[in-house]
Design a protein around this ligand. Structure first.
Ligand SMILES: Cc1ncc(COP(=O)(O)O)c(C=O)c1O
Length: 382
């Protein structure tokens, strides 16, 4: 007999017209182009998050806010529940976004003549972090290994310099969709320790696991020796679809590093809105079926995309972003080519991965199916 709990609660098939809402994703292109670029989802925010925002609005005053203690509790409870990671509240620094967190970590670690190491391709705001902190950028390319993107540790060891102070890591990895295994993370941790680096680990996509045999592991929870030299970044914004509310949190165990991180933000990085706090609190406290239903829906979208794209893409283990190889098309202007086919995509150059496109498949099936018909024609060169 089918259990009641197996009936889906959330309707991800529901199409919501985002035109007229200034949605960055939809405003960029004319109406005849379907957008599959920036990483937000065309799904409704779950009701329990919307209700938390409504309740806060109903209070009637939206003044400057401090972090609600109940949000700290909800986030720390989430780290414990999901990853078995026990973290004291003093380690937390709430910030209005993960990208500011990457830049603040770099400013906190910067040294004269210093360098920052990162694997590429990577979510494009990583690429400008070294410039923000007046550090040299070192790009260590990921390599295809047995049908999945992997860190090339030998290459990374050949590129790192004595001046390198920071490794910017992205796990799950945007744009390749890797959820690194514990053995890869242990190797990465060993690398960080051997080269006396700080690691800043962007784990914003941690809750969006697509491949059923994969899971997310916070690197610092796995290797506690990293604690004094780490910044781990989280947000509920991707998984609960509230990135426009701008709220994230840094876990920084080392008091000195935390102080430098907070000093770097002074006067530059503002506070967090009370509505964003309310949404994050509801999201991190969530123990219902929303996330597993979301990932199930995304898994089906992923499989439909894979059917069209085939071996041009590796399986997406986590995130709702696929990294698709279009090098054989020899496109001089990929943006114009794909918009000419009615598709607004992210172009690989932006991520230091020329010859690839990134496709965001977090949308109702009706939108995806139209996009896939267009993509199929584009990949055929028709
Ligand atoms: C890996 C990664 N980090 C950070 C962000 C953006 O974070 P925020 O909007 O909190 O600055 C994104 C958004 O796509 C992302 O994919």
């Amino acid at each position: 007999m089918q259990k009641y709990s197996s009936m889906p609660t959330y309707d991800f098939d529901r199409y919501i017209d985002r035109h007229g809402t200034s949605a960055a994703k939809w405003i960029k292109y004319s109406n005849d182009i379907l957008p599959f670029w920036v990483a937000d989802m065309d799904f409704a925010v779950p009701d329990f998050v919307l209700n938390a925002i409504r309740d806060r609005v109903d209070h009637g005053i939206l003044g400057y806010s401090r972090t609600p203690p109940a949000l700290d509790e909800a986030f720390l409870g989430w780290l414990r529940r999901e990853y078995g990671w026990q973290v004291p509240e003093q380690w937390l620094a709430w910030i209005p976004g993960v990208v500011p967190g990457l830049n603040l970590a770099a400013l906190a670690c910067a040294t004269p003549g210093g360098a920052i190491l990162m694997n590429t391709p990577v979510y494009y705001p990583f690429l400008s972090v070294p410039e923000t902190a007046r550090q040299t950028a070192i790009h260590a390319p990921l390599v295809l290994d047995g049908g999945r993107w992997a860190i090339d540790f030998e290459r990374m060891a050949s590129l790192v310099t004595p001046e390198t102070n920071l490794l910017l890591a992205c796990n799950p990895q945007n744009p390749t969709g890797r959820a690194y295994t514990t053995s890869e993370l242990e190797q990465l941790a060993t690398f960080v320790l051997e080269h006396d680096l700080v690691i800043c680990s962007d784990e914003i996509h941690s809750s969006i696991v697509i491949e059923e045999h994969c899971s997310h592991t916070p690197i610092v929870a796995l290797v506690p020796e990293l604690e004094p030299r780490s910044v781990s970044l989280y947000a509920a914004s991707k998984s609960y679809n509230v990135p426009g509310l701008s709220c994230a949190v840094a876990v920084i165990p080392n008091a000195g590093l935390r102080r430098r991180f907070q000093q770097a933000r002074a006067g530059l990085v503002g506070g967090i809105s009370p509505l964003a706090y309310a949404a994050a609190q509801a999201a991190f406290a969530d123990e219902g079926p929303y996330l597993s239903e979301l990932c199930t829906y995304l898994r089906a979208n992923h499989d439909a995309l894979k059917t069209v794209v085939g071996n041009r893409m590796t399986n997406v283990e986590a995130t709702y972003l696929a990294w698709i190889d279009v090098r054989d098309l020899g496109l001089e202007n990929p943006e114009a080519y794909f918009t000419g086919h009615g598709l607004g995509l992210s172009i690989g150059e932006q991520f230091a991965g020329p010859g690839f496109i990134r496709f965001n498949f977090a949308c109702p099936r009706i939108t995806l199916d139209t996009g896939l018909e267009r993509l199929e024609r584009a990949l055929r060169g028709a």
